[in-house]
Each structure stands twice: as structure tokens, then as C-alpha cells.
Write a protein that binds this ligand. Structure first.
Ligand code: IPM
Ligand code: MG
Length: 359
């Protein structure tokens, strides 16, 4: 039976980049890929027309499908909504409802784009690192949380969140991390703040215990402040990094920038069964939305990742990745990766990938 994708273009550049990813998907379907898809509203766009960022109909489609492809969500207009109605909350709800706890954020340098990094070329040449971010726990979801209005002092409010991990949450992300390390360079660095936080102390203890089941993997631990420094000092020392939700949010942006092209990086968020939501690492970029200059390649590569990891369609995934490499070899660059040279539009880039697929 055909596998089914729910497509969520979202906001900002999300709709523009998704149009290009759908062109690529259509081209593969035309060549025999047995996949169907359907678009649903999500984020600010959904709020505009239904009053909810994550309408029930969208959530249901995401539950029922085999995989989700997401563009990006959010924008300045929606920042004014009450906190619970904002697009970011919809995204967090989707992640937690579907239990997409394992977030793979690769940062690899495309050799064709070596000049785009802000680091010296020798520090990043050949960079290929995977950050595994825990996505459904930690301070993003911990209770209690809030802004108190009834402070006993009477004149000062208090904002608070709770960083919490249970043993089973740490155990399952640790297993994911060791398994990924086994498929790669067999080196895993667990990042925490165990010198200060009890939650990190438990994290470190459990990751170490699980490590005994993977004797081939070399496990190290690093405090998050040092990890941030090491990422910009000598990023190639890392193979796989595993960390909590908040630390992973921050470190994965830094790692993405090492490649000089956050517009190139896909990501996957998986549940225990391997069902996943795939999305570019970058956001909705409201500053350039609607101009037709966004880079669609991260979304197109997210589609490749979806086909590889959730649908076991390695051949189609390879074809997409090779087509992307080909357009880069041809010298095509969107504005974000053009350095000072000439750039092509979002749709021209998508068309070029489609063309490269069939040549
Ligand atoms: C990300 C984003 C989200 C996060 C926001 C949009 C809620 O920054 O996916 O990294 O913080 O997880
Ligand atoms: Mg982020």
C-alpha cells in the first residue's frame, strides 16, 4: 500500500520552500515512487483561518499518516498572541503528542560550500557531526511552569520553569544515541551540566550505565558550556553528541552555522517505532518571506531523509541527495550560500533539482 505523507508548509518561507519540495516529490511519484500526500494547515497560517495553530483535523492527519514533512512556523505577528495560542506551542504539542522524542540534527559541510563557513576552512573541511537532541522532555515541558501573578511580596512577579528528566526518558534517548553512534564513527559525547544541575547528574549516570551495553562506542561527557566552546574551536572532534532539549536547541543552531549554510540542513524527529516528522533546521525567516529567495534545499533534503528513515526508500533518497549535489556542482546558489556571487530564486533552485533528478 502507498505510504502517506502529511505536508505542513507552515508560515513565512515555509510555504515557498515546501512548494519546491513537493515538486521534487511529484517528480519521484511520476517515476513510480508509491507515495501519496496531503497538505494541512499548521502554525500561524492555521491560526489565521481556524483560530488554532494546531487544528484537530491537522493533528488527526499527523496521527494517521506514515510521516510528516514540515516547512517552518512562526512570525512576528503571532508573537503577540497569548502564549498558549502561539505557533511554537502548536509545534511542541505536535512533538509531544506524537512522542517524537529523538531529534536528529546533522551538521555536515557540503564540500562545494566550504567557503560559506565562518570558521577557517581547515577546521570545517569534511565536518560531519550528528546532534541528537531529546525533544519531548526537559525544561520545555517540565511542570511547574508559569509566570506567577500572586507573588507574596505583592509587587514582583516570578517566571519559572522546571528542568526534569525521568530515568525512562533518559534511557530511551541514550539507546537512540548509542545506536546512531554504532552506525557512524562509534564516538558519543553526552552533553550536560552535571557540575551544577541534579537533573544532569542523573542524565550522566544513566547514559553511563546504558553505555555498558554498547562496549564498542567510546563514550565521553562534556559540560554544555565547554561543548559550546569546543564546537567553535575544533568541531571535528565530535561524531555524535547527545543532549537534553534546551541544550540541544542551542548547540544545534551553533553546529548548523559551522557549516555556513543553515539553509542546507535537514532534521528528523522520530518516535520509538521510527515514525517521524522531518523539517529543515532553519526557521520561518519572516525577514525574507514572500521574496522568493529562500533556500529550498534543506526541505528537499528533509524529504530525502524521510524517504530513507521512515519509508526505507534509500534509492529515492540517494537520487534526491545526488541531485542536490549536482545543482551545487553546477554552481547554483540561493542568496544565503551565494557569498558575493550571483544567486538563483527559490523556484529556480527547485526546478534545477527536479531537472537533475532525471538527468
Ligand atoms: C527548534 C526551534 C523550536 C524549539 C521553536 C520554534 C519552538 O527553535 O526547532 O529548534 O525551540 O525547539
Ligand atoms: Mg531552535
Amino acid at each position: 500500500m502507498a505510504k502517506h505523507i502529511t505536508i505542513l508548509p507552515g508560515d513565512g518561507i515555509g510555504t515557498e520552500i515546501m512548494t519546491e519540495a513537493v515538486k521534487v516529490l511529484d517528480a519521484l511519484i511520476a517515476k513510480g515512487l508509491d507515495v501519496t500526500y496531503e497538505q494541512k494547515l499548521f502554525g500561524g497560517a492555521a491560526h489565521d483561518s481556524t483560530g488554532s495553530c494546531l487544528p484537530e483535523d491537522t493533528l488527526e492527519a499527523c496521527r494517521a499518516c506514515d510521516a510528516i514533512l514540515l516547512g517552518a512556523i512562526g512570525g512576528p505577528v503571532y508573537d503577540k498572541l497569548p502564549r498558549d495560542e502561539r505557533p511554537e506551542r502548536g509545534l511542541l504539542k505536535l512533538r509531544s503528542t506524537l512522542e517524537l522524542f529523538s531529534n536528529l540534527r546533522p551538521a555536515m559541510l557540503f564540500p562545494q560550500l566550504a567557503d560559506a563557513s565562518s570558521l577557517k576552512p581547515e577546521l570545517v573541511a569534511g565536518l560531519d557531526l550528528m546532534i541528537l537532541r531529546e525533544l519531548t522532555g526537559g525544561i520545555y515541558f517540565g511542570e511547574p511552569r508559569g509566570i506567577s501573578t500572586d507573588d507574596s511580596s505583592g509587587n514582583e512577579r516570578r517566571g519559572f520553569n522546571t528542568m526534569v528528566y525521568t530515568e525512562s526518558e533518559i534511557t530511551r534517548i541514550a539507546h537512540s544515541a548509542f545506536r546512531i553512534a554504532m552506525q557512524r564513527g562509534k564516538r558519543l559525547c553526552s552533553v550536560d551540566k552535571a557540575n551544577v544541575l541534579e537533573v544532569s547528574e542523573l542524565w550522566r549516570e544513566i547514559v553511563t550505565t546504558i553505555g555498558a551495553e554498547y562496549p564498542e562506542v567510546e563514550l565521553t561527557h562534556m559540560y554544555v558550556d565547554n561543548a559550546a566552546m569546543q564546537l567553535v574551536r575544533e568541531p571535528k572532534q565530535f561524531d555524535v553528541m547527545v543532549t537534553s532539549n534546551l541544550f540541544g536547541d542551542i548547540l544545534s543552531d551553533a553546529a548548523a552555522m559551522l557549516t555556513g549554510s543553515i539553509g542546507m540542513l535537514p532534521s528528523a524527529s522520530l518516535d520509538v517505532a521510527g515514525k517521524g516528522m522531518y523539517e529543515p533546521v532553519h526557521g520561518s525567516a519572516p525577514d525574507i518571506a514572500g521574496q522568493g529567495i529562500a533556500n529550498p534545499l534543506a526541505t528537499i533534503l528533509s524529504l530525502a531523509m524521510l524517504l530513507r528513515y521512515s519509508f526505507d526508500e534509500a534509492a529515492s533518497a540517494d537520487r534526491i541527495e545526488q541531485a542536490v549535489a549536482k545543482v551545487l556542482d553546477q554552481g547554483l546558489r540561493s542568496a544565503d550560500i551565494a557569498a558575493d556571487g550571483e544567486s538563483v530564486s527559490t523556484s529556480a533552485m527547485g526546478d534545477a533539482v527536479v531537472l537533475a533528478l532525471s538527468t
